[in-house]
Design a protein around this ligand. Sequence first.
Ligand SMILES: *Cc1c(COP(=O)(O)O)cnc(C)c1O
Length: 355
Amino acid sequence: MKKINFYAGPSILPREVIEQLAQGVLNFNESGLSVLEISHRSADFEAVIANACELVKELLHLPAHYEVLFLGGGASMQFCQVPYNLLPPNGTAAYVNTGVWATGAIHEARFFGNTEVVASSEEGNFSYIPQIPMIGKEYAYLHITTNNTIFGTQYHQLPTCECPLVADMSSDIFSKKTDASKFDLFYAGAQKNLGPAGTTLVVVNPEILGKTNRAIPTMLNYQTHIKKGSMFNTPPVFAVYGCYLTLQWIKKRGIEQIEADNNAKAALLYAEIDRNSLFTGTAKPEHRSVMNATFTINRPELEKTFLQFATEAGCVGIKGHRLVGGFRASMYNAMNIEGVKTLAEVMKTFENKYA
Ligand SMILES: *Cc1c(COP(=O)(O)O)cnc(C)c1O
């Protein structure tokens, strides 16, 4: 049976990208070699990474001087690489705590300087985006997590600050139009909306670098990777190739169309969550994520039954994170509206059977 992939990450990729990747594993660009065995210095791969960076610039309308990097280490590495490069030992960085990933970023920043949690929704189990005060220029930067993958919340409005704005966009990058010029640095682990796990996209305004007065190990210094075009050492070749193919797919569809489709999918699923007498959404409605919908079942004894019911209907990956419980349906770019319709119908059928 056809599976509809609602996993939070690694997660659904466009079928055509997977087919192109499979072809590349067998015979990359008709070279007679697999993408898994080519040199990262080969002309074909140099073109892949250069074109991927160009596509990122084009799709996000980046200011001309911004740099695009494909690094290893995951978004979690950025939790330490950001403060290593941006937070002077005697400086203070402002962080907003909106969930597990934000908490992780705050934890790592504390190794490098002072951090101040300027807003948090922890007391409400991260079910909303807190009010953020105006952040002044005395801070090294303000760090936010634009979409909270685990708790199903998302910023629909950006905070105002006079210092550089830094964002973890792992789970909503390329899901909607973004004014990239508002950010001085943002990053995203590829495996949510961009490609296979193994690489992390980093976009940075180079003007904010080199100001901490701290020695930075070579591999952790953004300037190393800027100078070498993400090729200081061997980049994750396969993952970057997957991102390149996905970026082409995004360009073909257009970010505006993707955004409209994402909004339609989310509206459809949240309407069913709100209508259905068995389910309750866990996030505050005005902060609900367009990417990850979190909801619980009003009769806990039916939780396992529903999970099994949905799985048997082909809807896989909807078990919620243990910190929220219940269910989570991730609806990344590659999920089509039919998939979401199927899940909504499964919820309706389940209600008719059990409510
Ligand atoms: C998944 C995720 C991460 C962790 O990404 P890794 O690449 O596994 O380190 C960080 N932040 C957010 C918002 C995520 O969704």
